[in-house]
Write a protein that binds this ligand. Structure first.
Ligand code: AMP
Length: 380
C-alpha cells in the first residue's frame, strides 16, 4: 500500500516524502482513512508501530482542508501520560507541518516547568499536546478553553492509568464538548483502558497491530552472567569493545543512575542520566544531547524512559533488570525500531538468574547467556 491511496492531499504527501517515510506502516494504513472519515478509532499499538504518524498525518490533513481564514482557537487536544511523549509528539507534528502551505500551531504543555512559561506560548494554538495535570492547571487559570475541541486523542491510555491519571482524565472529559471525534491508543486492552474506551468512544473502528513480536524478533538479545562488583567494569568494557556510539542503559534506581554516570565520565565516556529527580530542563537537555550524538550513554530509569523515541537506536543495556517482563519488553523495544535491527544486552547477577528465566518465559523467547569471568576487565 502507498500513502497516496490513503486519501491524503498533495501537500501532505510532499511532507511525508521530506520526512523520508516511503510506505505506510500497518497502523497507518488503517487509522489514516478512518480518522479522515471522521470515525472514532481505538488503536491497540505499541510505541514503535508508527502510531504517532497514524493520527498526526490525518489531523494535519484535516487542517489543510479547512478554510484558509479559519479562527485560531484550540481544536485538537492530544492527551499523553508523560512530558517526554508530549515533546516527542509535538516534534513529529512540527516535522510534517514545516512543509505544509497552511500553518497550524501546536504547543506541548507539561508539568515541571513554571506555568507562566507555557501560558505565554498558547496564543493561536490549534493543537495542544498535554499531560493531564498541567492541562487542568491551565484550565483553572483560564489560560485555556476546551469548549471548542473538535477532536480528542488519548495516547498511551494504559500508561495514563498506570501512572494514576484516571481522575484527571475524567475531569478533562467532563470539560469537553460531547460532540467530538475521539482517538484512543493503548498498548494493551486491559480492563481499565476498556473502561475508558466504553465511556469515551462512539461506535469506534478497532485497529490492532502486532508490534511487539515483530519488533522483538528484530532485536538481537543476549545476556552476560556477572558478579555484582564486576558490573561497572563490564558495562564500560562492552561500550568500548563494541564501539557503542549511542546506548541507552537502564537501571532501577535514581542513585544507581547518578553513580553510573559519575563512573562512566571518570572513564572518559560521556554520559547523562534521565530520572524523576532531574529537573524538566535537565531531562530535555540530556535527551537532546543523546539524540544529537553529544553524549554516548543515556542512563535511564523506567518511568523516565517512557516515550523516549530515537530512530534507529542501536543498543540498549539492562544494567539492572526491571521487575516486570512487560517492562523488559518495553525497554528492549527502544532499540530495533521502525524495522531497523538493534541489540539488547542484559547484565545478570547470580541473584537475577531466576527472575531472568521468568522474563524469558513470559516473552516466549530464549536469550543466550554468556559467561563474563574470562573477559579481561582490568583498566575498565
Ligand atoms: P511511533 O510508534 O509513532 O513512536 O513511531 C516509531 C518510529 O517509526 C518513529 O521513529 C517514526 O519516525 C518511524 N516511522 C513511523 N512511520 C513510518 C513510516 N511510514 N516509514 C518510516 N518510518 C516511520
Amino acid at each position: 500500500m502507498t500513502f497516496e491511496s490513503l486519501g491524503l492531499s498533495e501537500a501532505l504527501l510532499k511532507a511525508i516524502v521530506e520526512q523520508q517515510y516511503t510506505a505506510p506502516f500497518p497502523i497507518q494504513e488503517q487509522a489514516i482513512p478512518a480518522i479522515l472519515a471522521g470515525k472514532d478509532v481505538q488503536g491497540i499499538a505499541q510505541t514503535g508501530s508508527g502510531k504517532t504518524a497514524s493520527f498526526v498525518l490525518p489531523i494535519l490533513e484535516l487542517f489543510q482542508r479547512k478554510k484558509a481564514a479559519r479562527s485560531l482557537h484550540l481544536k485538537v487536544l492530544i492527551l499523553v501520560p508523560t512530558r517526554e511523549l508530549a515533546i516527542q509528539i509535538s516534534e513529529v507534528i512540527n516535522g510534517f507541518e514545516q512543509f505544509l502551505p497552511k500553518k497550524v500551531k501546536n504547543t506541548p504543555v507539561f508539568g515541571g516547568i513554571p506555568l507562566n512559561q507555557q501560558m505565554v506560548k498558547l496564543k493561536n494554538t490549534e493543537i495542544l499536546v498535554a499531560t493531564p495535570g498541567r492541562l487542568l492547571e491551565l484550565v483553572s487559570t483560564q489560560s485555556i478553553n476546551l469548549a471548542k475541541i473538535e477532536m480528542l486523542v488519548l495516547d498511551e491510555a494504559d500508561k495514563m492509568l498506570d501512572l494514576g491519571f484516571q481522575e484527571e482524565v475524567n475531569q478533562i472529559l467532563a470539560l469537553l464538548p460531547t460532540k467530538r471525534q475521539n482517538i484512543l491508543f493503548s498498548a494493551t486492552l486491559d480492563t481499565e483502558s476498556k473502561l475508558i474506551k466504553d465511556t469515551l468512544l462512539c461506535d469506534p473502528i478497532r485497529i490492532e497491530v502486532e508490534a511487539t513480536e515483530k519488533n522483538i524478533d528484530l532485536i538481537q538479545q543476549s545476556a552476560y552472567q556477572v558478579d555484582p562488583e564486576r558490573k561497572g567494569p563490564l558495562l564500560r568494557y562492552l561500550i568500548k569493545q563494541k564501539d557503542m556510539k549511542q546506548v541507552l542503559v537502564f537501571v532501577s534506581s535514581v542513585r544507581t543512575a547518578d553513580n553510573l554516570v559519575i563512573k562512566l565520565k571518570k572513564n572518559g565516556i560521556q554520559a547523562m542520566a534521565i530520572h524523576s529527580k532531574k529537573t524538566q530542563g535537565a531531562r530535555i537537555e540530556a535527551l537532546f544531547s543523546f539524540k544529537k550524538g553529544g553524549i554516548r550513554v543515556l542512563v535511564a530509569t523506567d518511568l523516565a524512559s517512557r516515550g523516549i523515541d530515537i530512530q534507529f537506536l542501536p543498543f540498549v543495556i539492562n544494567y539492572e533488570l526491571p521487575r516486570s517482563p512487560k517492562d523488559y519488553v518495553h525497554r528492549i523495544g527502544r532499540t530495533g525500531r521502525a524495522e531497523a535491527s538493534g541489540e539488547a544486552i542484559s547484565l545478570i547477577c547470580p541473584e537475577d538468574e531466576h527472575h531472568f528465566k521468568i522474563i524469558q518465559k513470559k516473552m516466549g523467547k530464549k536469550v543466550t547467556i554468556l559467561p563474563s569471568d574470562e573477559l579481561n576487565l582490568t583498566g575498565m
